[in-house]
Design a protein around this ligand. Structure first.
Ligand SMILES: [Zn+2]
Length: 268
């Protein structure tokens, strides 16, 4: 596999690096193949190249490139998986290997769960939350205060806040936070709809509930700048010492937040 010209492929002919599918089976059945690394093949090309690291029983090893077909089932799956957020090429391959060993029933259950999710889950046109109805149950609830909008990063944040049972307003889900280094700008988030809701005139207060992280704070600052000029009251969720914890265990940042966010004993 060190090139066709120098004839070195003879020493490694047992590997038969022809297609990705074949590499897969070799990975499992030949102990001298210690690790295989694939790099993405260019989209739309019938062939791509992979880097291959192989080791023989006598300790000799070889690193080279092999030409592979990029449209095998393995490549198609790893290509799809590596498009998912947080899944790199290596993770995609690990998942593919797992599915290779899994039962057909398990693979079918996964595929069916993905399809059912796409069929049944909707995004609320009002708040952007993931829901099974549009508008979602919270937006459709006439007993909730539509004048108070709590802005959060993820649907899971809505679920956490709802568990408290103390909030009677509605929500707005951004589906992320501003992260310029990852290429997430205002256009990638559900911000335009939030501005439209405020422009609609029914919103009295926007509560910024993005996470108290560098990026969450940056997102809150950006939103505050956008919204305050529109004459709506903009507040930020308080931060401080978690209930049930000790001052001695709190970090400097938490303690300084707690001092700055202090409130009167009767304010709740
Ligand atoms: Zn909604």
């Amino acid at each position: 596999m060190n090139g066709d010209e120098n004839g070195e492929e003879q020493a490694w002919s047992g590997m038969g690096l022809i297609c990705v599918h074949q590499r897969l089976s070799l990975f499992h059945s030949y102990p001298f193949v210690s690790e295989l690394l694939a790099v993405p093949c260019p989209e739309g090309m019938g062939f791509g190249r992979v880097w291959v690291w192989a080791m023989r029983g006598d300790g000799a090893y070889n690193v080279g490139m092999a030409k592979v077909r990029s449209n095998s089932a393995f490549e198609r799956l790893t290509d799809r998986l590596s498009r998912l957020p947080g899944i790199g090429r290596r993770s995609a391959q690990r998942i593919a290997f797992y599915l290779l060993k899994a039962s057909t029933e398990e693979a079918e259950a996964l595929a069916e769960a993905v399809l059912a999710f796409k069929r049944e889950q909707k995004v609320c046109g009002e708040c952007g939350n993931v829901t099974e109805s549009d508008p979602c149950a919270i937006c459709a609830d006439a007993d909730r205060d539509g004048g108070q909008v709590l802005v959060v990063e993820q649907p899971s944040d809505v679920a956490s806040l709802e568990q408290t049972g103390v909030y009677g307003g509605v929500y707005h889900v951004l589906m992320g936070r501003l992260a310029p280094l990852e290429g997430v700008g205002p256009g990638e988030l559900n911000i335009e709809r939030l501005v439209a809701r405020v422009r609609g005139g029914k919103v009295r207060e926007v509560i910024l509930g993005t996470n108290p992280t560098l990026e969450g704070d940056g997102t809150a600052l950006y939103l505050a700048e956008q919204l305050e000029s529109m004459g709506v009251k903009v507040t930020r969720l308080a931060r401080g010492i978690p209930t049930g914890s000790l001052l001695a265990g709190a970090s400097k940042a938490v303690l300084s937040d707690a001092i700055q966010s202090r409130h009167g004993m009767g304010d709740g």
